[in-house]
Design a protein around this ligand. Structure first.
Ligand code: ZN
Length: 399
């Protein structure tokens, strides 16, 4: 048996949470929470090539908060199996030998449960290395689940034990601390988003949001591209400080964003009869690291004609797509990670992220850790992290 936080479907509570949303975090971590702390049977190894992993740290991600608060689209409902243990940003220790990896090895988890993990011949996406685009995340050895942390059979990071397939395991260097290692998964997502954005040398870039994903996206932009001026939009003072430290050349708050971008791109600003102003002209590339209606509207309204807008944060609400049509924008999703082409070389995003996380200035990015029994405080803290000046909040399931 292992202690675990479990997300269970409870339709009335789920619907109530949708109505309450993120506006009342106290209620979400309280009586309306679709989470409960339980003693669960250890997950069983589904097949050859799987091993047990004891999580040492597991992050709380924006997509977890959106799931808990019922903000995510019902689109996801056939892609998960209930009840599941959340937690897909994981550093842990192997509790079994598996092929070349010995029991006791410290690993980070690529959470995608793609063809290899499911015992299937690779689908076309998996065959090309784009495991995030796998078509078979609902079939095979384990129950439906786009990732560990959304699958009833595998367990998740918010518990004392999960099971993972060899294809998901990435060993990490001894000198990498757990607080760096738990950032490898979000960093891999940020690197993938930047490689999807692929700004040209000297291109102007907008990064909307300066939570963990926004900050790691800035780091990845400076590491993997020759982007020029980068404007970051950050709501809170501490986030503005961090955005500048991680490579933003200009930092603005959401209210001042359009004015700042008009100036920096020497664009023409137009004001519709209703709704927020937009630019004729603007940045070459925008990366939305928030996923709200407001953040995506801002990205779409301030990207130049023919520019590219990347959805890096899980989008939870509809934006006005008029600029996509009128400005002939390219709209691109960036979901999880896979095999990337970097300088003509094929490398897995996780390997790029492990290298970068080993030496990048990430001290303090994990701002707080909680035991599983403190989960209400942890969720409250994560929901309010920006205002409190915290980036990543994580569980330490060993406590
Ligand atoms: Zn596949």
């Amino acid at each position: 048996m292992t202690l675990a936080l479990e997300l269970f479907r409870s339709v009335p509570r789920y619907v109530a949470a949708r109505a309450v949303g993120e506006r009342m975090p106290g209620l979400l971590a309280g009586p309306l929470a679709p989470l409960r702390l339980v003693n669960r049977e250890d997950p069983v190894l589904p097949a050859e090539g799987w091993a047990r992993v004891r999580p040492r740290l597991a992050g709380i991600c924006g997509s977890d908060l959106a799931t808990i608060s019922g903000q995510t689209s019902f689109y996801f409902s056939p892609l998960v199996s209930m009840p599941f243990v959340p937690g897909h940003e994981v550093v842990g220790v192997l509790a079994d030998d598996v092929d070349g990896l010995a029991k006791g090895t410290r690993v980070v988890l690529d959470p995608v449960l793609a063809c290899a993990a499911r015992g299937l011949d690779p689908c076309p996406s998996c065959a090309s290395g784009a495991t995030g685009r796998c078509d078979r995340v609902t079939v095979g050895h384990v129950s439906p689940g786009l990732q560990t942390g959304y699958c009833a059979d595998t367990g998740g990071g918010w518990s004392g034990m999960l099971v993972a397939h060899l294809s998901q395991l990435h060993p990490i260097p001894d000198r990498m601390t757990d607080t760096r290692a738990v950032l490898v998964e979000p960093l891999a997502c940020a690197i993938h988003a930047v490689l999807r954005a692929r700004p040209d040398t000297g291109a102007t870039v907008l990064v909307v949001g300066a939570g963990t994903l926004g900050i790691l996206t800035l780091l990845a932009l400076r590491e993997f591209t020759e982007a020029g001026r980068i404007t970051a939009i950050a709501k809170h003072p501490k986030q503005r400080e961090l955005a500048a430290a991680f490579g933003a050349t200009d930092v603005a708050d959401p209210d001042g964003a359009i004015t700042a971008l008009r100036r920096s791109s020497r664009a023409l600003r137009l004001k519709p009869e209703r709704g927020t102003p937009f630019l004729m002209g603007g940045v070459d590339v925008a990366i939305d690291c928030v996923g709200s209606k407001r953040s995506l509207d801002l990205a779409l309204r301030t990207t130049r004609a023919g520019g590219r807008v990347v959805l890096a944060g899980l989008p939870v609400a509809g934006a006005d797509l008029t600029p996509v049509w009128f400005r002939e924008l390219e709209l691109a999703g960036a979901y999880t990670s896979g095999v990337e082409q970097v300088n003509g070389e094929a490398r897995h995003t996780f390997d790029l992220a492990v290298d970068l996380a080993t030496d990048a200035p990430l001290e303090g990015v994990v701002g707080a850790t909680y035991s599983l029994s403190e989960w209400r405080q942890a969720i409250d803290h994560a929901l309010d992290a920006g205002r409190l000046g915290t980036l990543k909040v994580a569980f330490d399931p060993r406590e």
